[in-house]
Structures are given as structure tokens and as C-alpha cells.
Design a protein around this ligand. Structure first.
Ligand code: EPZ
Length: 420
């Protein structure tokens, strides 16, 4: 297994190019199941989760070609409708194939994704909405068995909670349904917006894109001629590197980024003392000499994203004062805290709230990544910890960050990937 060896740096300097968004790529790859043509996806990030989902599609019979600057996915040859446990267990977002396969074939079996490090992550809302659309759903031997022999029917769906992949699943199911589907309390994340925009540009009538109420007019089972598209920039990757600039007090520029997707993150970094030069597709961070403490509550977009909580918690260890970070979306998303404490951080956990007493000097040591965003928090801490830090189990990191150590090396970080 690989691990990262990192040392503290004085300051970083230069430019980091942001990759395509993992969480936009996953639903858009699943959406190719609805296509009657082969689909060209450009700007896909080179991360494990994307490879996993593309492998799942090939297991179902699709053709996937990696070309110079785009990936071509042809699902016209799709003949399997069972997403097996071996793949789904490695990447819970495989649940995103449930809606499209059911809508296209009228039946499917998808392994239950099971729990995950950061929480239970049930999919009850996905299943309830599909049943409302006329699907018969049974859970048998760890699999979701879904049938809709006459196709799915449009209807009014009100999500009890805002769910990102739940919204994406139902948008895709509704795209092929008979009649009109209204989704109320829909997720508004940019990744869901891009899915709706691509379907809309491909001929599916969708109203309310970007709002909490989506109205989708289904194609009544007709497959869709999907337009070529480029994946939006990864706002969480971008936010992570902005935190790298803030924690090392370095001025770095991010390119190929969508600043408007980062409003809540930029606002919190400003509260902590940073300022920014923002152009259409780039952001330069101008850090302050001292980092101010902050209060953060994670909520759905456009509020502060849970996927940036771990990174800001690491940053808060360097703030002069007491920061309060409340995690409202997932029940177990503080596993990075114990590793940061081992590096010397002074953090008190009380249920869903972490109180971070800064500024503490961190010491490098061996630490273990536990989940994707926790991994990046440990990298940030390592950039300012005294001595060397070895970050183990970075297969978590590789799920969602494209060449992170190379991008940081490119702006002067002392970080390398080694074999255990
Ligand atoms: C998506 O996960 C993201 N993953 C997550 O990013 C992100 O943290 C999360 O949204 C919240 O923004 C992808 O897009 C692939 P949810 P998702 O359904 O869709 C509860 C990362 O680091 N819920 O919006 O699985 C759930 O338990 C990953 O890139 C139900 O109760 O999250 C949670 O408390 C981690 N029943 C809340 O809703 C359901 O049926 C939000 O979950 C579905 C969700």
C-alpha cells in the first residue's frame, strides 16, 4: 500500500490546476445508461471512484474508451441489470445506477451499499421515491430488487431530507418516466445542477434547475441523445487547496475553478483572515499573518459544505483562539480528530460539535487516513507540523483527489508518495 511522507514548509507558491468534480462525474456517468448514443465526457478527474463506476458500467456490458481528452461511454450494448456487491461495496455512489437501470430496463438488482466510515448513509429516500413512481422494491439477501415492468410514472415527490445522490437518482429516473415528476426539497448542489443541465440540453424538459423544486417531463421510455459535455471543476478539491494556502500562509492561485461554487467556503476563509483575487476561472488566495478562529455549521448547498469540514478543522488548529465546528449531515464525520490530536491538536468533541483550541504547534508522526476528506485534513496538518508526517491508508485519498501530492509538490510542498 502507498503512504505519503510530508514535511512542514515555509510557504507554497505558484499555481494549481483544478480537476473535474468527482461528485459531478459520478451521476453523469450513471446518466449514460439513459443514452441512445455514445456519450463524450471531458474533464473527468483521474480518481479511483470514477474508475470504479466506469468498471461497473463495463461489467453491465457498456463500452468505455479513454481517448486523448475525453472518455467515450457507449451503453447501447448494455445487457446486464445487476450491480454486484464486489463493486458497490467499494463505492457507495454506485447506487446512482439504480434509477437509470430501472427506468431503462424496467427491472434491476443493485447491492445495498452498506454503511460507510462517516455514517449509516441510508438510501431509504431513494427507494421511497422510486416506489412512489410505481416501482416494486424488495430487499433480498443484501440486494435491492426493483421492478417497473410498465415503466416509471411521473408523480409529486417531496424529499423528507435533502439528498444529493437521491435527487440525482430520481432526476434520472424521471427523465425516462411517463408524465411529469415534481421533486420538492431537491438538492441544489452544483453537481446536481450540471446533471439537470446536461439532460435539459439533451432534450429533457426540466424546470427549476438550481432550485429546491424540479419539474421534469419524462420521455416515456425513449432513450436520450445525450450532448457532449465537460465536467464542472471540483469545488471541494479547490477548497482543499485554498485551505493549504491559508494554513501555510502562502499565496497560491487556482486555475480552472468556478468561484461561484465556493461562496460559503470563501466567506469562511475571509472570516479567518484571508483575502482573494477572483477572476472568471481563477482564485488567488492572499493569506493573513494570523488566522482568526471561526464558527462553522455544515449544511446543504449553498451553505457551508460538509465535505470541507475536516479541512477547516485542521486549519482551525492554527487559528489564534477557539473555533466551533458543528457537523450536521453525518453522524460520524470527526474521525480525523483523533489523528490530529495525536499530532498535538487541542480539540474537544461533544456529539456533533468540535471545539478547537488554537493555536497549537503540531508535531509530525505516523497518522492513518480514515475517509476521503479526513485524508486531506491530515495532509494540511502535515504541511505545518514540525518534522515529518507519514499518512497511511491513502487509498481513501485516491478516491477523490487527482494527483494531490504532485499538485502540492508543484507549489513547493515537501511531499512524496512511497510504498509501505
Ligand atoms: C453526497 O453524498 C456526496 N457524494 C458526499 O460527498 C457529500 O458529503 C454528501 O452528498 C452531502 O453533501 C456524492 O455526491 C457521490 P446525501 P450522498 O444523500 O448523496 C441522509 C465526498 O467526500 N440520507 O445528500 O450519499 C444521509 O444519511 C462525499 O465526496 C437519508 O437519511 O449524501 C445524510 O445524513 C462524502 N436517506 C444526509 O441525508 C437517504 O435515502 C445527506 O446525505 C439519503 C440520505
Amino acid at each position: 500500500m502507498d503512504y505519503l511522507k510530508a514535511q512542514s514548509v515555509n510557504a507554497l507558491h505558484g499555481t494549481i490546476n483544478i480537476s473535474g468534480a468527482k461528485n459531478a462525474s459520478l451521476p453523469l456517468i450513471a446518466m449514460t445508461i439513459l443514452a441512445k448514443n455514445s456519450v463524450h465526457l471531458s474533464n473527468l478527474p483521474h480518481v479511483a471512484d470514477i474508475r470504479t463506476l466506469l468498471k461497473l458500467l463495463t461489467n453491465l456490458g457498456a463500452e468505455v474508451d479513454f481517448l486523448e481528452d475525453y472518455v467515450c461511454v457507449d451503453t447501447t450494448t448494455l445487457h446486464e441489470t445487476k450491480a454486484t456487491y464486489d463493486i458497490v461495496k467499494t463505492m457507495r455512489a454506485s447506487i446512482l445506477v439504480l434509477g437509470p437501470i430501472l427506468a431503462r430496463f424496467g427491472h434491476c438488482e443493485v447491492s445495498l451499499p452498506g454503511g460507510c466510515a462517516i455514517g449509516q448513509r441510508p438510501i431509504d429516500l431513494h427507494l421511497k421515491a422510486l416506489e412512489q413512481m410505481g416501482a416494486e422494491i424488495e430487499i433480498k439477501a443484501g440486494y435491492i430488487e426493483a421492478r417497473a415492468p410498465k415503466g416509471l410514472q411521473g408523480c409529486n415527490i417531496i424529499f423528507d431530507k435533502i439528498t444529493v445522490t437521491g435527487t440525482a437518482n430520481i432526476v434520472m429516473a424521471a427523465a425516462l418516466a411517463h408524465g411529469e415528476t415534481t421533486i420538492t426539497n431537491a438538492a441544489r448542489e452544483p453537481e446536481v445542477v450540471q446533471l439537470c443541465e446536461v439532460l435539459h440540453e439533451s432534450g429533457i424538459e426540466i424546470e427549476g434547475i438550481g432550485t429546491a423544486v424540479l419539474v421534469i417531463k419524462g420521455s416515456a421510455g425513449k432513450l436520450i441523445d445525450i450532448v457532449d459535455f465537460s465536467i464542472i471543476p471540483d469545488r471541494i478539491e479547490a477548497g482543499t487547496y485554498l485551505c493549504a494556502g491559508a494554513i501555510t500562509k502562502s499565496e497560491i492561485t487556482l486555475t480552472n475553478v468556478e468561484p461561484k461554487h465556493l461562496d460559503a467556503v470563501l466567506a469562511k476563509l475571509e472570516e479567518m483572515g484571508s483575502s482573494f483575487t477572483i477572476n472568471e476561472t481563477s482564485i488567488t488566495i492572499h493569506p493573513s499573518d494570523t488566522i482568526k478562529p471561526v464558527k462553522i455549521i455544515t449544511q446543504e448547498y449553498p451553505a457551508f459544505p460538509t465535505d470541507m469540514q475536516a479541512q477547516f478543522l485542521a486549519l482551525a488548529t492554527q487559528a489564534d483562539g477557539v473555533s466551533i465546528i458543528e457537523e450536521r449531515l453525518f453522524e460520524n464525520r470527526f474521525m480525523h480528530v483523533s489523528e490530529l490530536q495525536r499530532m498535538g491538536a487541542d480539540i474537544v468533541l461533544n456529539g456533533h460539535t468540535a471545539t478547537v483550541n488554537g493555536k497549537t504547534d503540531l508535531s509530525g508522526t505516523d497518522v492513518m487516513a480514515t475517509d476521503l476528506r479526513a485524508s486531506s485534513a491530515l495532509v494540511l496538518a502535515a504541511l505545518v507540523a514540525e518534522g515529518e508526517t507519514n499518512i497511511h491508508r491513502i487509498y481513501h485519498l485516491d478516491r477523490g483527489y487527482d494527483a494531490l501530492e504532485k499538485k502540492l509538490e508543484g507549489v513547493g510542498a515537501k511531499i512524496e508518495r512511497l510504498k509501505e
